[in-house]
Design a protein. Structure first.
Length: 249
């Protein structure tokens, strides 16, 4: 049974690799349609990037996942417009995906150069804003926290669940993690523990935990602050974030 499953997965991966160049071309077509003002072009492009990200994760192509994570952040941050510089940044993400396609086709294992260019693209396409990943399952609380963090000049990326948040943290650099302790799938203490044991760029990320749970947290996790959801939550979140930003600068 395992052999049959592995064979099926390998077949699906081969199909994905074969279709990858066409999917990159479709992304470029979406971008051109967006430039021309076609209705629904942005949503179509976002869905295609999201789909590529999921497939990259499913088939063990971490560089595809990393590019798509960052591309999604660029799109969701509102940075994309019909301005030529903005469009050129979006096209650069598509070009990186095309280069990955060439590497896969040529069976080249090293993507170090592409990873370096991806990091440089992040700095240029989303400059001057420290990035925070906010994990909060409650829509009302998420909106509240987002308002506080955005007012401090942060680029806020939103997640509702633990597993996709951990995947994003393993592939995309952030300056701060603000998260509810209890999540629908994987709690934040487990997420931070996994990060501290990893070799990813967010291994030493600063963390603000939002919880009224008094259960102790291991010291080695190095949580910057644990904030209760009480009357002082908003000023406390602003204060703790400001302390981290001051150190970051």
């Amino acid at each position: 049974m395992s052999t049959e499953f592995d064979t099926l997965v390998n077949q699906l991966r081969a199909e994905f690799v074969a279709e990858f160049p066409e999917r990159c071309d479709s992304l470029e077509e979406c971008l051109l349609a967006f430039e021309d003002g076609r209705e629904g072009a942005f949503d179509d492009m976002y869905r295609r990037v999201h789909s590529l990200k999921g497939a990259g994760s499913q088939f063990g192509l971490s560089i595809v996942t990393a590019i798509c994570h960052q591309f999604e952040s660029f799109l969701s941050s509102g940075s994309l417009s019909t301005d030529q510089l903005s469009l050129s940044y979006a096209l650069s993400y598509v070009d990186l995906l095309k280069r990955v396609s060439e590497c896969i086709g040529a069976e080249k294992s090293s993507t170090v150069e592409i990873e370096h260019e991806l990091e440089e693209l992040r700095k240029s396409s989303m400059p001057d804003h420290a990035a925070v990943l906010l994990i909060e399952p409650s829509p009302s609380r998420r909106k509240l926290c987002q308002g506080v963090l955005s007012s401090l000049g942060l680029r806020v990326v939103l997640q509702e669940r633990g597993m996709p948040a951990l995947e994003q943290l393993l592939h995309e650099p952030f300056d701060l993690l603000v998260a509810a302790r209890e999540l629908p799938d994987l709690n934040t203490v487990a997420i931070v523990s996994a990060l501290r044991e990893s070799n990813c760029r967010n291994r030493h990320i600063q963390v603000i935990l939002v919880s009224s749970n008094a259960a102790p947290i291991p010291e080695y996790l190095d949580i910057h602050a644990v904030l209760a959801r009480d009357a002082q939550f908003i000023p406390n979140l602003a204060k703790a974030t400001g302390e981290i930003l001051q150190h970051h600068q």
